[in-house]
Design a protein around this ligand. Sequence first.
Ligand code: NAD
Length: 434
Amino acid sequence: MRIGIVGTGYIGLVTGTCFAEMGHDVLCIDVDEAKIAALKQGRCPIYEPGLEELIKRNLEEERLAFTTSLDETVQRSLVIFITVGTPEDRDGSADLAVVYQVAQGIGKAMEGYRIIVDKSTVPVGTAEKVRQAIAGQTEHPFDVVSNPEFLKEGAAIEDFMRPDRIVIGADDARALGIMKELYSPFVRTGRPILEMDVKSAEMTKYAANAMLAARISFMNEIANLCELLGADAEVVRQGIGSDSRIGFSYLFPGIGYGGSCFPKDVRALVKSAEEVGYDFKILKAVDAVNDHQKRLLTGKIQAQFGSDLRDHKIAIWGLSFKPKTDDIREAPSRTIIDRLLEMGAKLHVYDPEGMDAIRKVYGDSLEYAVKNYHALEGADALVLVTEWPEFRRPDFERMGKLMRQKVVFDGRNIYDPKTMKKYGFTYYGIGRSA
Ligand code: NAD
């Protein structure tokens, strides 16, 4: 099937590449000329495990191509996915300006029946507005479908290829049939394609992210209370996660959720609720708890060293919002860096994949380590922010020798407090007494 993907970012690129891998004929369009030029050479502009190999293979097999022409994409594709960003607007709602601009562009370029798929995360009611935007530009027939995406950065290919479920919101039988045909290679293991009305599909995406964010904030509050009462949040996590009604996913105490989805989607759902006169109390609390949690470690650092850190050098391991991605959007590392810079600290940072992105934001205000241990030279403390596998079992003796003071703030509870004590470190975790 001929597919067009509009917006070749984290979601569009994975979607397009995976459809090509299943034999579909895919053209991806983006307004970012440098990105498209790199992709045409088989260079992947983002870090996502396994993605570059798939792009190269499908480019060579001529099932995947890249362009900056929306017209060309619309003219040759039966199904056109909108996968542009829907960032947070100033008032907390989702900024849909680019979605509607793309919808109009699709309408103008159409030369026959098309299915336009909202894959970007968009509030309930957006598909109807997309329909109006297209209808204002064309006489040709078309359908608008909602097909939200649930993949996780860092495991995007696996998630897309073997999804837990595929949600398709469609009001038209023909469009639904074509969408099911398109996705049929991905559900051969029996995972369901859930057909529903368009509005419920739009809501399903927000409800899923809000639920996961709520679990994280809930566990973080349990952890904060554990710390005050002398319990150990890690043991409590195992205690409740073992309950089959609860499970272990998204239950790690830490320094708050980040990334390009949970923060903005939680706030956009609060805003959508407000617009219809509903006060979404739980989600407001989820957001507030997360905000507090992102500042937790700097509070501990202040308690240890005071608020004037001009004579202190602090090492930071992990900058991306989670392991196995280079994405630093709304990453907790940024809240921590901003606060430590305010306090005058010299920061020596390291991340396996997020260095280029963080350098674009902070320039010369930070020192950038070439290897993780380099960051520790002469440091008064290490702040572990992102739990990349390579940080999990470091050489503690070597660390102790490199550091000026042996203090570790572990934002992800990846170190064992007893081991840290054995090696002579002052250790702070989340939800564990110091
Ligand atoms: P992104 O910023 O990585 O990608 C968006 C792309 O759209 C960029 O490459 C940008 O250059 C391009 N673009 C902007 N204007 C355009 C235009 N007029 N025409 C064509 N291309 C244009 O964003 P993303 O992380 O891929 O997210 C896209 C959507 O998917 C968002 O709604 C997001 O909430 C949703 N989503 C993201 C994830 C995730 O993990 N990143 C997961 C599920 C859903």
